[in-house]
Design a protein around this ligand. Structure first.
Ligand code: BGC
Length: 373
């Protein structure tokens, strides 16, 4: 298995070099700290730390189990910790520090607040450990080696496109369409990237008046959902409905950054006795997949957690063996101190129409889809 992975890595690295025409630098890396020349490997069977945030969506719940099983299967000792829902930042900082003290060779971090981990990841570096930012970037530090995630900007683009397509399909009238915008938690670096990706599609449609954000709230700060909490999205939607959609004004669509918030937004609209608008999502959570199949939520995104965890463990194996670490993006993720070499996976948009195809490799979701057909 390992041999095969190494061979594949070497091939990919060679192909990347051929494509970019760049020579010398391993893995396309542009930063000294990330250069694989410095990778010396470490003892097989070492401890790998995995610090995950609070469980704000199903993907985080799944990731913990997959990391534990996958790392142990690969022969490592796994120390998987979640930050609790309260005092999350401080607890995560403590957990990472404890992993460093405990001698973890790689620390994989799904950050609660990627701006508040510089001290802990520097301690990891100083102790000779590697740091991989998982799903969410860690900001303002040199001490993060790699980033592994689904392409967050593309997630946003797909959401923006789905909103436009859903409106054309379901609004029941020609443009202009009345919409509202929601974004994720401001302490999560992904939130801005998702929003920027969506606005790269929607802004021109707002400018040419195809779309009308009736509340006028188009700045990310106005649209944010603190803590990614459903109740915060539901409260904001309640307020928007009262303030901007009384009387004849119909809400046609809502940009929602994930499924948990999508369902909260839909609940708010239903409780107000109004027709459900076109609502986007992300994560392919079970309840949202059902809702999509029932024709309520319009879309979600498939970011298969299994693949993301597998890719992370592959990085750990490459580091352990002292091999080049495979990355496919060395431009996009500037964390304020460095461009973090990244391996980005491809997110897939899912609507009722393509659900069976989109979940062809996700048996648990495919089963749900098929139960509606
Ligand atoms: C993840 C999303 C998730 C959100 C809330 C983000 O960082 O990329 O998949 O919906 O956190 O948990």
């Amino acid at each position: 298995m390992k041999r095969m992975a190494v061979t594949a890595t070497a091939l990919v690295a060679a192909a990347a070099l051929a494509l970019t025409g760049c020579s010398g630098e391993r893995g396309g890396g542009t930063d000294e700290g990330s250069s694989a020349e410095e990778t010396t490997g470490f003892e097989a069977g070492s401890t790998i730390g995995v610090a995950l945030p609070d469980k704000t969506s199903e993907n985080w719940v799944l990731a913990g189990q997959l990391f534990k099983d996958g790392l142990e299967e690969a022969g490592f000792k796994a120390d998987v910790q979640y930050a609790p829902a309260s005092n999350t930042v401080a607890e995560q900082q403590n957990q990472i520090q404890a992993m460093v003290t405990g001698g973890a060779k790689v620390i994989i971090i799904g950050a609660k607040d990627g701006k508040q981990l510089a001290t802990q990841v520097q301690a990891a570096k100083d102790a000779g450990a590697y740091v991989i930012a998982y799903d969410r970037l860690i900001e303002n530090t040199e001490a993060v080696d790699y980033y592994v995630a689904f392409d967050n900007f593309k997630v946003g683009e797909l959401q923006g496109t789905a909103l436009l397509e859903g409106l054309a399909e379901r609004a029941g009238h020609e443009a202009p369409y009345n919409i509202e915008l929601f974004s994720g938690s401001p302490d999560d670096a992904n939130s801005k990237v998702f929003f920027d990706g969506a606005m790269s599609v929607l802004q021109e449609k707002i400018d040419d008046e195809t779309l009308n954000v009736v509340s006028g709230q188009t700045e990310i700060a106005q649209t944010a959902t603190e803590g990614w909490l459903a109740e915060n999205a539901q409260n904001r939607m309640d307020t928007l409905l009262t303030g901007s959609y009384s009387g004849e004004t119909v809400l046609d669509g809502v940009l929602s950054p994930n499924d948990t918030l999508a369902r909260a937004i839909i609940t708010s609209v239903q409780q107000a006795g109004k027709p459900v608008p076109v609502v986007t999502g992300q994560d392919s959570e079970v309840e949202s997949v059902k809702s999509i199949m029932e024709g309520i939520q319009y879309s979600t995104i498939n970011k298969d957690t299994t693949l993301l965890v597998e890719q992370s463990i592959k990085m750990v194996q490459q580091l352990q063996a002292g091999e080049d670490v495979e990355v496919n993006d060395t431009e996009s993720y500037d964390n304020g101190e460095k461009i973090v070499p990244a391996y980005l996976l491809d997110p897939v948009i899912v609507t009722k129409e393509n659900a069976a195809e989109a979940y062809a490799n996700v048996p648990s979701l495919l089963e749900i889809v098929e139960s509606y057909q």
